[in-house]
Each structure stands twice: as C-alpha cells, then as structure tokens.
Write a protein that binds this ligand. Structure first.
Ligand SMILES: Cc1cc2nc3c(=O)[nH]c(=O)nc-3n(C[C@H](O)[C@H](O)[C@H](O)COP(=O)(O)OP(=O)(O)OC[C@H]3O[C@@H](n4cnc5c(N)ncnc54)[C@H](O)[C@@H]3O)c2cc1C
Length: 424
C-alpha cells in the first residue's frame, strides 16, 4: 500500500520505517525543515549541540532502545546522571532530592511522618502498579493526580516534592490523571537515563535515511473520501492520493484539517502544555545541578547548569552552560515575546531559584526555544478513552498523545500504527 505519514517526529518515522519493512510504500510529509519533531537538536557554531526538546531516554524505553539496536546505533547511548544532581530550591536554599529509600529517610524538607508516607507510596507502586514499563492501572484514571497524591502522601509532601517535580514535566498535578503519574513514577523508580552522543534527533535522522521524507511540506487537509483511499492537500495546494495515512503530528495541529474521518468527540479536548527555555553558554566552570523550585505551579522555572560533558546536549570542555525552563502560565505568556526579553526574564526568575547561577550578560551564546505544544496533558479520563478507541485504516493516528507523553510513547504509537496496516 502507498501510505502517507504526516509528521517526521519519533512516531511518524517509527511508523514509516516499519511500514517499509512490512513491504508498504510510506511517504513522510513534514511541516518543518528538520526531522525529529520535539527531539530537535540545534547544532551550534561553537561546535557543540543543544537538545532543544527531549533531553533523555530512560532505561525502560524498550522499543526506542530496540530501534537504536536495529539501526546499529546502540553505541550512541551516553549514560547521564539525572539523580545525584537533582535539587529542590526553597527560598534560594538548595536541598538534594533523595535518590533512594535510605536518603529519603533523612530528607530535611519533610518531617518523619511525611517521609514515611512517601516511602509507603513508593512501595505500593512497586508492589501493585502494573510492571510492564509504562503499564497503566485504569482504576486510577478518573481521579486527578492532585487528589490521589494528597490522599496518599499528605499536603506538605505533595507540595514540597511532587508538585515541583511533576510540574517540571510541564503540567501540574491538578491537570493530570493519577493513572498517568503512577505509571510514570513506577517506570522511573529504578531506571537509568541516557542521551545520544550526536544529539537526540540522531536516531530520527538515521530512520529518515531509510524512507522517503518531504520536509518543509505542511499538510493542510487530510480527507478520506467515501470511494476509498486518502487525499492529502499540501501547503502548495497540490493534492496527492494514497491508500492509507498515519497522522503523527500533534493532534491540535491537525484536528481542523481532517475531513471524512470519524474521530471520537473527546479528541477535541486533548491539549498540550507549553514550554519555553533559555540556554546560555560561557567559558569557565560551574557545579552540575538540576534545580526545581518548591511551590509555584503556574510559573515553575527549572534551572540545569554544569560544565563540560553533557547538559541537554554535548558541551565542550572549558565551558559552562545553563538551561532555564518555564512551564504553565509563564510559558504561555512568553510564547509571543521577543527572544531577548524572554532570555532576560527567565534568567531573572531563575536567580531566585538558584543564587549561584551565572549572569546571562557575559555569555558567549544565548538561545531561546519555544514549544507551544511541548507535552500532551494526560488529563483524568484520557487513558480510559484511549483504551476504548479502536483504530482502523485508511486513516490511523499516532503520536505521544495516543500512548504516553514521552519518546517511548511516541515510538510505541508508531509501532501500533504500522501494525494496523499489516504486511503488504
Ligand atoms: C522541551 C521538551 C522536553 C522534553 N523532554 C523529554 C525527555 O527528556 N524525554 C522524553 O522521552 N520525552 C521528552 N519530551 C517529549 C518528546 O519530545 C515527545 O513526546 C516526542 O517527541 C513526541 O513525538 P511525536 O512523533 O508524537 O511528535 P513530535 O515530536 O511533535 O513530531 C511531530 C511532527 O509533526 C510535524 N507536523 C505538525 N503539523 C504538521 C502538518 N500539518 N503537516 C506535516 N507535519 C506536521 C511537526 O513539525 C513534528 O515534526 C520533551 C518535549 C519537549 C518539548
């Protein structure tokens, strides 16, 4: 079959690669000039690179690691340390986030009762949450994560630990379903983290070599006429016919251009959290730290800083970098502001979270990255809706919003979309 794939992110390229292996003829259409979607790597003139979106893969990303293996890129995995450099900031005072049960027992921001509650919650996840990495327990899906966490660990632990760490993943506890937070927390408990030596987009650049990809080609209409097949209308106005289509772009970007396809009504309410980041590099060194402020769900500002080695990409020896990120309302407000203003404002806010952050003025390079659709919000009910949604050709939907809000979710959705078309 001739199958069009809309979007050259992890979901679309995984689907296209597997469709080709199954004997189909996939053709990928990508709106931007680059492939990789939200795993975009920006290669900088200082000779290093910045992972402008996703920064890590986790050890439980079974399918993503399998793809790396399949294309001979397993050696590109670089182990990174996200745990021992994680801090919470309260009024500018940094407290290390516990990395295991023993260190959590002496965690100074919480009293002994609250520490015990967190330990018990973690133990409950290990015992009862479905294992199968990213396994979902739908019994928790109609409850908001806020209600569940308050009930399980109490108010102070929810505010001091859970809200800052979860908000840094771009939505507050109130917006998420308890099932989605439990599934992620369980999977992350004992995992290791990795980056890719040539940038997070390098796997997708590699897959794009195997299939036909047309970049700079936003799809403006996707129609399934009653007489069969799929018609795609491109930005240029030209129309192309295919036997089937995998739509692997964020649903908010394509919802309004789909015609003649039955989509369940809940799809209209799917939304994404925005994220805005400023990245700056200077010569010299600074201690490695990942800092999350305690409180402030609306305008969480996270600070990652370090020297040499790895920091959201490769960083040359002799240089330090910092990445300041905003989520929630602050990110939304900054999306349309000029980059220079965004950089300064984020740095100002970050100084309150991290008093040791170096100034932005004498940095050699400053980059601002804006993601209007950073991560899909898995609101209460979303996972249950997905579980009862049966997809069939000719138009099939993929993307992180259909599986889990991460690279592995996107890859798994691409695998499932390709399976729907079977072998040619
Ligand atoms: C700042 C940030 C940090 C993140 N950190 C992590 C992390 O550390 N680890 C992790 O696992 N995940 C992380 N993620 C999430 C991860 O990047 C996404 O889950 C993943 O990229 C989703 O893949 P996808 O293929 O579903 O969508 P995308 O990556 O968004 O790809 C979709 C593609 O569709 C294209 N497109 C859109 N509209 C059209 C159209 N009309 N026509 C043609 N093409 C179109 C887009 O340009 C894009 O290239 C992060 C995301 C962001 C933004």
């Amino acid at each position: 079959m001739r199958v069009a794939v809309v979007g050259a992110g992890p979901a679309g390229l995984t689907a296209a690669y597997l469709l080709k292996i199954s004997g189909h003829q996939p053709m990928v259409f990508e709106a931007e000039e680059w492939v990789g979607g939200r795993t975009r790597t920006i290669r900088l003139d200082t000779g290093h690179h910045l992972d402008s979106g996703a920064g890590w893969l986790a050890g439980f990303y079974r399918e993503t690691l399998g793809l790396l293996e399949a294309v001979g890129m397993r050696d590109a995995l670089v182990p990174i340390d996200l745990r021992s450099c994680a801090f919470l900031s309260e009024g500018g005072k940094l407290v290390r986030v516990p990395t295991g049960p023993v260190s959590s027992l002496s965690f100074s921001l919480l009293g002994p009762k609250d520490r015990l509650k967190i330990l018990l919650w973690g133990a409950g996840l290990v015992m009862r949450q479905p294992r199968g990495d990213l396994g979902v327990d739908l019994r928790f899906d109609t409850t908001s994560a806020e209600v569940h966490i308050l009930k399980s660990v109490g108010r102070s632990a929810a505010q001091v630990v859970f809200e800052p760490l979860v908000s840094a993943l771009y939505s507050g506890l109130r917006e998420l379903s308890a099932a989605s937070v439990r599934s992620f927390a369980r999977a992350l408990l004992f995992t290791r983290f990795y980056s890719l030596s040539d940038g997070m987009d390098s796997l997708w650049l590699r897959l794009a070599e195997e299939v036909e990809v047309q970049t700079d080609s936003p799809v403006r209409r996707i129609a399934a006429p009653a007489n069969g097949g799929v018609e795609l209308v491109l930005d240029s106005g030209s129309a192309r016919r295919f036997d089937g289509c995998v739509v692997a772009a964020p649903i908010t970007r394509v919802r309004d251009v789909i015609d003649g396809v039955d989509l369940p009504p809940w799809v209209d309410s799917v939304r994404y959290a925005p994220h805005v980041r400023a990245y700056a590099v200077r010569s010299g060194s600074t201690q490695r730290a990942e800092i999350h402020p305690v409180g402030g769900e609306e305008d969480v500002v996270t600070v990652s800083r370090g020297s040499g080695g790895w920091l959201w990409g490769a960083l040359p020896q002799g240089y330090s970098a910092a990445l300041v990120g905003a989520a929630g309302k602050l990110a939304l407000d900054l999306l349309d502001e000029p980059d220079e203003k965004v950089g300064r404002l984020l740095w100002e806010r970050a100084a309150a979270v991290d008093p040791d952050l170096f100034g932005i003025d004498r940095c050699r390079l400053v980059r601002v990255v804006k993601w209007p659709e950073a991560v899909p919000v898995f609101a209460p009910g979303h996972l249950s809706n997905l579980a009862s949604w049966k997809q069939a050709p000719p138009v099939v939907f993929a993307g992180d919003w259909t599986r889990a809000p991460c690279i592995e979710g996107a890859v798994r959705s691409g695998i499932e979309a390709a399976k729907v078309f079977g072998r040619a």
